[in-house]
Design a protein around this ligand. Structure first.
Ligand SMILES: O=C(O)CCC(=O)C(=O)O
Length: 250
């Protein structure tokens, strides 16, 4: 497998990582993240989304004010892939993609996504803050995140499963959305293509600003997901999918 080594810096952020991230209006949540792990009792109203082999939980994690602030911080901090690294490979063919991507994680982690191997950059303060908040709320830990930035509704992600062999199959994938609300569609693997013998309804969601979608096992075995083009959406969106990687291949 081809490997691309990142040449650009991983972060534009010049603040100390220990500096408080959220000076305005989010003190309660800042404290919640700093606190020792005692319970996961924050009052998040979860919505269960289920179908055959699909098990997801959805919640609004951040208020609009918090989500606006986090979006702006990510716009300052995240450095997106460019050049060869920004391409994806499907059935051996290399394609440019319109959306921008970045990968952050624990030291030395590498992850192959869409046929391209990415080396994780060190966590930025805001990405780490969001990761820790998701952990606080869910009880799950993550060592890697893939960030997708969609400049508007013309940018999309095609149907795929997050089933790479490096992923811990039992860990959920935690998808945090900031910015423009976008439609998100799950399609069962047996309901794809013209030859499909089964009719299984797709599962359609709207991923709101500040939301968290937990894709629990075995969702990514049986269901493909996509973020379709929506030409009426004029604003940008950033999505962070926090993952747990089992092995580090060098
Ligand atoms: O942007 C999204 O909500 C989806 C991202 C996604 O499918 C992925 O990271 O695998």
């Amino acid at each position: 497998m081809e490997k691309f080594v990142r040449e650009q810096p991983c972060s534009d952020d010049t603040e100390s990582p220990s500096k408080k991230l959220k000076p305005e209006g989010v003190e309660g949540k800042e404290q919640a993240v700093d606190a020792e792990e005692d319970d996961f009792s924050d009052p998040v109203p979860w919505q269960k989304i289920e179908s055959e082999g699909l098990d997801c939980d959805y919640a609004l994690l951040f208020t609009k004010e918090e989500a606006d602030h986090l979006f702006q911080k990510l716009e300052q901090e995240v450095v997106y892939l460019t050049g060869e690294e920004a391409k994806v490979k499907v059935f051996g063919k290399v394609y440019n993609i319109q959306r921008k991507q970045a990968t952050y994680g624990d030291t030395g982690l590498i992850y192959t996504y869409s046929g391209v191997t990415h080396l994780a950059c060190a966590w930025t303060p805001t990405v780490k803050y969001i990761r820790d908040f998701v952990t606080k709320i869910t009880g799950h830990t993550f060592n890697f995140v893939l960030i997708n930035r969609y400049k508007d509704g013309q940018d999309y992600i095609g149907e795929h499963r997050d089933d790479e062999r490096e992923l811990d199959p039992l860990s959920p994938i935690a998808s945090v959305s900031l910015g423009a609300a976008r439609d998100f569609v799950f399609r069962h693997r047996d309901a794809r293509g013209k030859q499909s013998g089964r009719h299984i309804e797709p599962v359609k969601l709207v991923l709101a600003h500040g939301s968290l979608l937990l894709m629990n096992s075995p969702t990514n075995t049986f269901w493909y997901h996509s973020l379709p083009v929506r030409k009426k959406v004029l604003l940008p969106r950033i999505n962070l999918t926090f993952r747990r990687i089992l092995s580090t291949r060098k």
